[in-house]
Design a protein around this ligand. Structure first.
Ligand code: SF4
Ligand code: SF4
Ligand code: SF4
Length: 583
């Protein structure tokens, strides 16, 4: 790496040649504030929060896009001119802002709020004048957009366009009237938004938030006629701690269970159990398709953002998707059938809450064909962030909680279920079980390293009992589009594909804790959270779905065999082609 000598705030440093001022300063321990900048996807230098002085330059420059390629460059990062400029920018942004910090759900985590505080913006009404007032878009089950709190950084637009290639949002109008919206001012539910929530996780303000369903949960918990059951997805155990200032990648399974119990849930189950159930059904479906000439490649169906993407953008490939319900919906189905029968409960009196990394799960619970007992499989899906808010409101000291165990009979999950939360995890879990079914013995090594890692598209070929199995794993719908176009054209040919709607999989889902750009731009969140899942898998006593004793029991007592008629009726579903625009 070629280095270059620079002077920053009067001190000499050696930094990477060609690095931006932002990166160079970060490398020597100086943090420059940003608002619009998101590494690789939104490097537009537009908000001017990151301005610095460079000796010889005619005006302040944007540190996020200004490369250092001149020996001896002199930079001032917090001179009076720099501070005055940043403060004025914040004051101007505030002049159009709906300043509701007391009630705003983002308060405390808001990057804009923090910047105003850091820069001593005391007179928040300095430039008050005519202010556009926007309707709040509440048309989608997963997201609320309040443009009155938008600072027009366009991070959401970049996430939707570059990471997801869905591109249903953009800047409408010009000048003072500029706002984020859809083409022709349609509501979000009238365009092909896939509900992934990637726009929410990058928004620095409260302009984009998940629809908060916690009041429904509080109401159910207070209703004595309801038996309220909760289950938490694999990735929640490695992300929830971030909401309580624990390091990224902390495994908090036991504390999470303890907190859920203290909130008042009658039973706390583990979605890892139905991740294992999904593997049993999906691996069986794959083997059937291979043996009987079914539609290949088979594609996983546990990510509802991906499923909706397929329905909108690749309707010709709907039959490639596995018919398995997602683990969230399988859990709801078995709670309201198997568990209800075991406990002598009427499914109508059971209220199922899922804690999910994903905003698209809020859409999934309302899909057709998701009601095994004649009532919705899942009543409410909340995100990691919503659960954290409930724990905080209840005054539970999360970090001081003791570790507690999940309840039985759906509280036992294998390591294969745990790794569902990372891209490649479903594939690896399925391979562990498929090898057993095809060869009669477990794989010598349960780790399938080839499908691990955060690369957008991964491929591998395995020889299982003389059968060549070509697999691909991809995450983020921009990568899905690339991969499926290659499959469509015949350029690529696979047996089995795992697709997750969010880049990196559920660990980076739209419902996960938000991290500010100052972290997001310099830390690989996906990798740290995924590493925690793989560590959790390594430490679990059972690492293969078919060895989960509770899974064996549910088949023995209830479903018979994977793929049985009853399993199909309760655990499988169907899909529908959807238009791109609906007027
Ligand atoms: S978006 Fe941020 S600054 Fe605006 S009201 Fe919410 S917390 Fe306050
Ligand atoms: S939820 Fe996903 S698809 Fe919808 S606007 Fe946001 S990023 Fe785009
Ligand atoms: S909605 Fe949020 S991410 Fe999008 S432009 Fe506005 S402030 Fe930025």
């Amino acid at each position: 790496m070629e280095m270059i000598n620079v002077i920053i705030d009067g001190h000499s440093y050696s930094v990477k040649k060609g690095a931006t001022i932002l990166e160079a300063c970060k490398s020597v321990g100086i943090e420059i504030p940003t608002l619009c900048y998101l590494k690789e996807i939104n490097e537009i230098g537009a908000c001017r929060l990151c301005v610095v002085e460079v000796k010889g330059a005619r005006s302040l420059v944007a540190a996020c896009v200004y490369p250092i390629d001149r020996e001896g460059t002199e930079i001032l990062t917090h001179s009076p001119a720099v501070q005055a400029s940043r403060k004025a920018t914040l004051e101007l942004l505030l002049s159009q802002h709906d300043k509701k910090c007391l009630s705003c759900v983002k308060s405390g985590d808001c990057e804009f709020q923090k910047l105003c505080r850091d820069y001593g913006v005391e007179d928040e009404h300095k430039y008050d004048g005519e202010t556009p007032v926007y309707d709040i878009d509440t048309s989608m089950p997963h997201l609320i957009r309040d443009n009155n709190k938008c600072v027009l950084c366009r991070r959401c637009v970049a996430a939707c366009d570059k990471n997801q290639e869905v591109a249903v949002i953009g800047a409408n109008e010009r000048g003072f009237k500029t706002h984020i919206g859809q083409a022709f001012e349609l509501n979000l539910n009238n365009v092909a938004c896939i509900g992934c929530g990637q726009c929410i996780t990058v928004c620095p303000t409260g302009a984009l938030m998940e629809r908060d369903d916690t009041e429904k949960v509080w109401a159910a918990l207070a209703d004595p006629t309801k038996h309220v059951v909760v289950h938490a997805a694999p990735s929640i155990r490695v992300t929830l701690g971030e909401c309580f200032d624990m390091p990224i990648g902390s495994v908090v399974t036991g504390k999470m269970v303890a907190a859920l119990r203290r909130l008042g849930f009658a039973k706390v189950f583990d979605t890892n159990f139905t991740a294992d159930l999904t593997i049993m059904e999906e691996a069986h479906e794959l083997i059937e398709r291979v043996k009987n000439g079914g539609k290949l490649p088979m594609i996983t169906s546990c990510s509802p953002g991906w499923v909706k993407f397929c329905e909108h953008y690749f309707p010709d490939m709907i039959d490639n998707m596995s018919s398995c319900k997602s683990p969230q919906q399988m859990m709801g189905a078995v709670i309201k059938t198997y568990y209800a029968e075991k406990m002598g409960l009427d499914p109508k009196d059971i209220f199922v809450v899922s804690v999910m990394p994903c905003t698209a799960k809020k859409f999934e619970i309302g899909r057709d064909d998701q009601a095994a007992a004649g009532v919705p499989d899942t009543d409410v899906a909340i995100t990691t962030r919503e659960l954290a808010r409930m724990i905080k409101r209840a005054g539970i000291n999360f970090t001081a909680l003791p570790d507690e165990e999940f309840d039985s009979p759906m509280g036992l999950g294998s390591g294969a279920g745990t790794i569902f939360g990372a891209t490649g995890g479903v594939m690896e879990a399925a391979l562990r079980t498929a090898v057993y079914w095809l060869t009669g013995s477990n794989p010598e090594k349960v780790e399938f390293e080839e499908v691990r890692g955060t690369a957008g598209i991964k491929e591998a070929t395995y020889n299982v009992a003389g059968v060549e199995v070509k697999v691909a794993v991809c995450s983020g719908t921009a990568n899905a589009k690339k991969l499926l176009n290659m499959v469509r054209s015949g350029e690529k040919d696979y047996t089995f594909i795992e697709i997750m709607g969010c880049p990196g999989g559920c660990v980076n889902g739209g419902g996960q804790p938000t991290q500010p750009a100052s972290v997001r731009n310099f830390v690989d969140l996906k990798a740290l959270r995924a590493a925690a899942l793989y560590e959790d898998d390594k430490n679990l006593p059972v690492r293969l779905s078919h060895e989960n004793e509770d899974i064996k029991t549910i088949y023995k007592e209830y479903f018979g065999e994977p793929g049985s008629h009853k399993a199909h009726e309760y655990l499988h579903t169907s899909y529908v082609a959807r238009p791109k625009v609906q007027y």
